[in-house]
Design a protein around this ligand. Structure first.
Ligand SMILES: NC(=O)c1ccc[n+]([C@@H]2O[C@H](COP(=O)([O-])OP(=O)(O)OC[C@H]3O[C@@H](n4cnc5c(N)ncnc54)[C@H](O)[C@@H]3O)[C@@H](O)[C@H]2O)c1
Length: 265
C-alpha cells in the first residue's frame, strides 16, 4: 500500500531540486504525477526515469493557458487530488538596486504562479471529492534577510494566500498548507555546489547542516496524504531548527569554544 495510492498529483518546478525529489517520492508512494517546469529537457528526463506513472508538461506557472493544459493532462490520468506549488525563482539584490521589472519577475512566478495554480485545480479537486494543496514558501516567508525584498514579498504572500484558500475550501475537503524550508541543497540553495556551503552557513543552527531535497519531500508527502486529513491552513517549518533560534557560544549547552564567555553570578 502506497501512501498516495489512487491519487494524481501536479508538481511544479519538478525538473530538478525539491520538485524532482517530490515527484520521485510521490510516485514511489503510488501517485501518478504530472511534472511541470520550464526546463523541458531536464523535466522530460526526470519523468522518463520515474516511468509510466509520470508525465512531463511544459508549465510556466505564470501562464493561465499553461495551467489549463497541465490540469487537462492530470485529469486524463485520473482524479486530481494533489498540487504542490513548488516552482520559484530568486533574484537577490539590495532594495535600491531592485528594478520594478526584476521585482515583478519574482512576484509573477512565485506569488502569481501559486495563485493561478490553486485556482486552476479547484474545479477538478471538487469533482474528485477533495484534495490537498501544498504551497512551498520559505523561512523567508516568516522572516527575512537583506537582499531578498522580492523573494520575501512573494513567500510571505504564499503563506497568507494559503490561509485564505484553506478557509474558503475546507468545506470542499480541499486542504491547503504551506511548507517553509530552510537552506536546501539544490541549485537555488547551493548555487555553486560547494561542499563548504553545506555546513559553514549553518554552524549555529540546531541541526548544523544544509537540508536535502528529500527531507522537504517527506514533509510534502505527509501533507499530501490522507494522514494529514485534519491539517489545513498550517505552516510547517522544515529548517533544521533555524527558526527556533541560534546556538550561542559562551552559554552552557553547546560544545562551541570561544575566547570570551558569560560570567556566572
Ligand atoms: N533551496 C533552498 O534553500 C530553499 C529554501 C527555502 C525555500 N525554497 C523553495 O523551495 C522550492 C524549490 O526550490 P529548489 O530549492 O528546488 O530550487 P531550484 O532552483 O533547484 O528549482 C526550482 C525549479 O522551478 C523551476 N521554475 C522556475 N521558474 C518557473 C516557472 N515560471 N514555471 C515553472 N517552473 C519554474 C526551475 O526551472 C526549477 O526546476 C521553491 O519554491 C523555493 O523558493 C528553497
Amino acid at each position: 500500500m502506497g501512501r498516495l495510492d489512487g491519487k494524481v498529483a501536479i508538481i511544479t518546478g519538478a525538473a530538478r531540486g525539491q520538485g524532482e525529489a517530490e515527484a520521485r517520492l510521490f510516485a514511489s508512494e503510488g501517485a501518478r504525477v504530472v511534472l511541470g517546469d520550464v526546463l523541458d529537457d531536464a523535466g522530460q528526463q526526470v519523468a522518463a526515469g520515474i516511468g509510466d506513472k509520470a508525465h512531463y508538461v511544459h508549465l510556466d506557472v505564470s501562464s493561465e493557458a499553461d495551467w489549463a493544459a497541465a490540469v487537462d493532462a492530470a485529469t486524463a490520468m485520473g482524479p486530481l487530488r494533489v498540487l504542490v506549488n513548488n516552482a520559484a525563482i530568486i533574484m537577490p539584490a539590495a532594495i535600491e538596486d531592485t528594478t520594478l521589472d526584476d521585482y515583478m519577475k519574482v512576484i509573477n512566478v512565485n506569488q502569481v504562479g501559486t495563485f493561478l495554480g490553486m485556482k486552476a485545480v479547484l474545479g477538478p479537486m471538487r469533482m474528485a471529492g477533495g484534495g490537498s494543496i501544498v504551497n512551498i514558501s520559505s523561512i523567508d516567508g516568516l522572516q527575512s534577510k537583506n537582499g531578498l525584498i522580492s523573494y520575501t514579498a512573494s513567500k510571505s504572500a504564499i503563506r497568507g494566500m494559503t490561509k485564505t484558500a484553506a478557509i474558503e475550501w475546507g468545506r470542499f475537503d480541499i486542504r491547503v498548507n504551506s511548507i517553509h524550508p530552510g537552506g536546501v541543497n539544490t541549485p537555488m540553495g547551493n548555487p555553486t555546489n560547494d561542499p563548504r556551503a553545506e555546513k559553514e552557513p549553518y554552524q549555529f543552527q540546531a541541526i548544523p547542516r544544509i537540508g536535502e531535497p528529500v527531507e522537504i519531500a517527506h514533509a510534502a508527502l505527509f501533507l499530501a496524504s490522507d494522514e494529514a486529513s485534519y491539517v489545513t491552513g498550517a505552516e510547517l517549518s522544515v529548517d533544521g531548527g533555524w527558526r527556533a533560534g541560534q546556538v550561542t557560544p559562551g552559554l552552557p549547552g553547546t560544545d562551541f569554544v570561544v575566547e570570551y564567555g558569560y560570567e556566572s553570578a
